[in-house]
Design a protein around this ligand. Structure first.
Ligand SMILES: *Cc1c(COP(=O)(O)O)cnc(C)c1O
Length: 389
């Protein structure tokens, strides 16, 4: 949804939205009274709790999911000319950060039933220049990290998880964030918890964590040998970084939101079950497949339309749903379709057939904690009517 859509149309039911209660508001106002506004004790506490949930040794909080992705790509050492394999079914940020590091994005196709990157397609795209793979946990369901890790280890590649959708989920008991060399979360208001804007990178590798911390703060070194000079003006830039710092105000909100995440994930799963039930037997609408052993975080509830002529019909259904006040969306325009990627990397239609076919068929239906059973029924009734059931 562009900003313009948001202003010109009002949906009484958006595809996703934040949930803010009085505890969240109190957490933020307490920080405002505390004297610390930016990098202070709340950042550290949020990082400690974030790595606790993700099951990793380290966490670094930054001011967006995009910043966390950029820092991750930097930390694994992507340099100009390095190829990075990624899924095209993602927000453009996943590809853009590769470009910011001078890397070359290489798109590998997805599994048509989950829209997660297909490990076999990843293997087929590996060249001597490949340095890393970025997997995206589409809609909140974790990728096949067992296979992806095997491939990465065998070919000496770094594995990054864009886990912006799956925060709070798990797979065979392994929490989202614990299955790649570095995993990245977003806390934008539509995501599973929010800090307004914000993100986090989690890892078991102390070197990566240190490098991400430095990148967050202009590249200023926190080398232990310099600690003795803590009382002086001295610091060193080892490599140029950015200002990707998150504030204590945001982290206080994040800490308060974290208390509620497991209940919210359960609620999202209940809503998904209601959707699955309402859409059962509707042969023109098919929910995405669930992988056995996955605790889905259901950031998004996505269905596919099964008609032959989706290219014509889907836009019509989309418009009718929006006019009915239901804020459906499409996640995503395959990244390799964007003009920048076509012009710069000569990407084109036909490169990722499963992602491209899915793109013509998918529709994201509203899903957020606080949504009621009658809301799900209303969405499904409208959808059934418009697909002509
Ligand atoms: C939201 C999102 C991002 C970017 O996160 P921001 O916090 O908005 O910068 C990146 N990748 C995916 C898959 C996302 O959903």
């Amino acid at each position: 949804m562009t900003e313009k859509d948001t202003m010109s149309e009002r949906y009484d039911m958006p595809y996703g939205r934040q949930n803010i209660d009085e505890d969240d508001i109190r957490a933020v106002t307490d920080v405002l009274r505390s004297g610390w506004l930016t990098t202070g004790p709340k950042v550290e506490e949020f990082e400690r709790k974030g790595s606790g949930l993700a099951g990793t040794r380290h966490a670094v909080a930054v001011n967006s999911g995009t910043a966390a992705l950029h820092a991750a790509v930097h930390a694994v050492g992507i340099k100009p000319g390095d190829e990075v394999i990624l899924s095209p079914m993602t927000f453009a940020a996943t590809g853009n950060v590769i470009v910011h590091s001078g890397g070359v994005p290489v798109f590998a196709d997805v599994d048509p039933d989950t829209l997660n990157i297909d490990p076999e397609c990843v293997e087929n795209k590996i060249t001597p220049k490949t340095r890393a793979v970025i997997a995206v946990d589409y809609a909140g369901q974790m990728c096949d990290y067992r296979r992806l890790k095997e491939i990465a280890r065998k070919r000496n590649l770094s594995l990054i998880a864009d886990a912006c959708h799956s925060f709070g989920g798990s797979m065979d008991g392994a929490p989202s964030g614990s299955c790649a060399d570095i995993s990245v979360f977003s806390f934008h208001p539509v995501k599973n918890i929010t800090t307004g804007e914000g993100g986090m990178a989690v890892t078991d590798n102390a070197g990566f964590a240190e490098r991400i911390k430095r990148f967050r703060n202009h590249g200023i070194s926190m080398d232990a040998s310099r600690r003795e000079l803590a009382d002086s003006w001295y610091y060193e830039i080892e490599e140029p970084g950015y200002n990707y710092r998150i504030t204590d105000i945001q982290c206080a909100l994040g800490i308060s939101q974290l208390e509620k995440i497991s209940g919210w994930i359960d609620e999202r799963n209940r809503l998904a079950e209601l959707y699955d039930g309402c859409l059962e037997g509707v042969d023109k609408v098919k929910p995405l497949a669930r992988t056995p052993g996955v605790k889905h975080a259901y950031h998004l509830y996505v269905v596919r339309l099964t008609m032959e002529d989706c290219r014509e019909i889907r836009p019509e259904i989309f418009r009718k749903m929006r006019r009915a006040g239901i804020g459906v969306n499409v996640h995503y325009i395959p990244v390799h379709y964007h003009p920048f990627y076509r012009k710069t990397f000569h990407t084109r239609e036909g490169m990722c057939p499963a992602a491209e076919d899915a793109y013509e068929r998918i529709l994201t239906l509203p899903m957020f904690p606080g949504m009621q059973e009658k809301d799900v029924q209303r969405v499904c009734a409208a959808l059934k009517e418009f697909v002509g059931k």
